[in-house]
Design a protein around this ligand. Sequence first.
Ligand code: F6R
Length: 244
Amino acid sequence: MQIHIVADAAEGAEVVADVFARTLQEAGDSGAVLGLATGSSPVPAYTELIRRHREEGLSFAGSRAFLLDEYVGLPADHEQSYHRFIRENFTAHIDIDDAAVLSPDGATSDPVAEAASYDRRIREAGGVDLQILGIGSNGHIAFNEPGSSLASRTRVVGLTRSTIEDNARYFSSPSEVPVRALSQGLGTILEARRIVLTASGAGKAAAVAQLAEGAISARWPATALQMHPDVVVVVDEAAASRLE
Ligand code: F6R
């Protein structure tokens, strides 16, 4: 695990965007398979990638993308769906085909079958070349809350009270936040060939310390990343403040 401690969001965005650019370059004309996260953490990196696309010709042509997760009950075009978030904050502004940006279907009548089919679609695409991740203050990645099996696959998960409260800021009231999600599992995420995780702020410091230095345990799901051979962690000083 390579850890970069950066001075601010702009420097963090540069480091993350460099990892994307390297992955796209290695993939060549056929494009890369990108794993995308929502939430606030990756947004500066997405903004920097959009800038590089517009000003420097960084191209995503031929690339495909798989979102990490989606709320159960929200259709893709819902205001708060993760699919819509990723379009608005990233993929609508780069040269990736809209139809090549996939997310678990939150509106499905059969979420269990949808979960299995999502893992299958990732495999059929040849697997993810680069997965970007944020981290929850409790150490969750995607919606793999504490207690998730380190070998878990894409599945239906219940959200913890703390995650519902964290996400309530995007809804008009906590009662509107969906209580279930379809989420890639820890085992699914670990199959990505390269991973970049980004976090900022003191609220993430305990989770970042566990991620980098804690014992591998389902109590802190992000510790599963210690088993992966190519992980880049990009954190500001506040998020790094509890590293030894
Ligand atoms: C988002 C996701 C979540 C977030 C995490 C951090 O697709 O799966 O695990 O990465 O909750 O959220 P932010 O970045 O908003 O602090």
